[in-house]
Design a protein. Structure first.
Length: 210
């Protein structure tokens, strides 16, 4: 009898254990998988609407030769206004923003010399307006006076090209000029020009550091 009772107890214990195993939820017996972070999707970038892409990519886009303006970090023309590169010094950005204020005004001989805000600007008045906007010039200069402005040679960001009869400036790779030379639009007056021009006959001047 004792042996039978012991056998019966063992069977009950085994049956109870089996029932307990069956009752364990499946989630308790599985191992939680660690979440593996995935790389964010690549977002393609395109130029802003209206961007003049002909001004991007350096002077090689124009087939320039050594006599033409040097390739500098490039600004961009959008709807006639120039937008400086993010890496440009603050003075360069402010010179570009200032020039945008007079872009589209007519050419007027002597314009920009007697007063800062004028109804039209001549070549050196245009250059002076931009440089004064960037706090790089105190008073307007004429094209002959620009021959002794700053230092000889081209700058990294700003280069004034001048002779006794005409002056224009290249800022962050864009030409600000009242002359339509080389510009298919044919419009005179202060404009950001989509092409560079031959600089033979001009002296290059720049400020140290720019």
């Amino acid at each position: 009898m004792r042996a039978r009772a012991l056998s019966t107890s063992i069977v009950c214990i085994l049956a109870t254990g089996l029932s307990a195993l069956v009752a364990i939820p499946a989630s308790a017996t599985t191992t939680r998988q660690s979440s593996v972070p995935t790389a964010p999707p690549t977002i393609p970038t395109t130029p802003a609407p209206g961007t003049d892409t002909t001004t991007m990519g350096g002077g090689a886009a124009y087939g320039v030769d050594p006599n033409q303006t040097p390739v500098m970090p490039k600004a961009t023309i959008i709807n006639g206004k120039a937008y400086p590169p993010a890496a440009a010094p603050q003075e360069v950005k402010e010179a570009i923003w200032a020039a945008n204020e007079i872009v589209g005004l007519p050419y007027r001989y002597g314009g920009g010399h007697a007063r800062v805000k004028d109804s039209g600007y001549d070549c050196s008045g245009t250059v002076s307006y931009a440089l004064r906007g960037g706090r790089l010039l105190d008073m307007p200069l004429d094209s002959s006076s620009f021959l002794s402005w700053g230092a000889a040679g081209s700058g990294d960001w700003i280069t004034v090209y001048t002779n006794p009869g005409h002056a224009f400036v290249v800022i962050a790779g864009l030409r600000l000029d009242t002359s339509a030379a080389g510009d298919p639009s044919g419009n005179d007056g202060p404009q950001w020009r989509p092409v560079l021009r031959n600089t033979r006959g001009f002296k290059a001047r720049h400020l140290i550091g720019f």
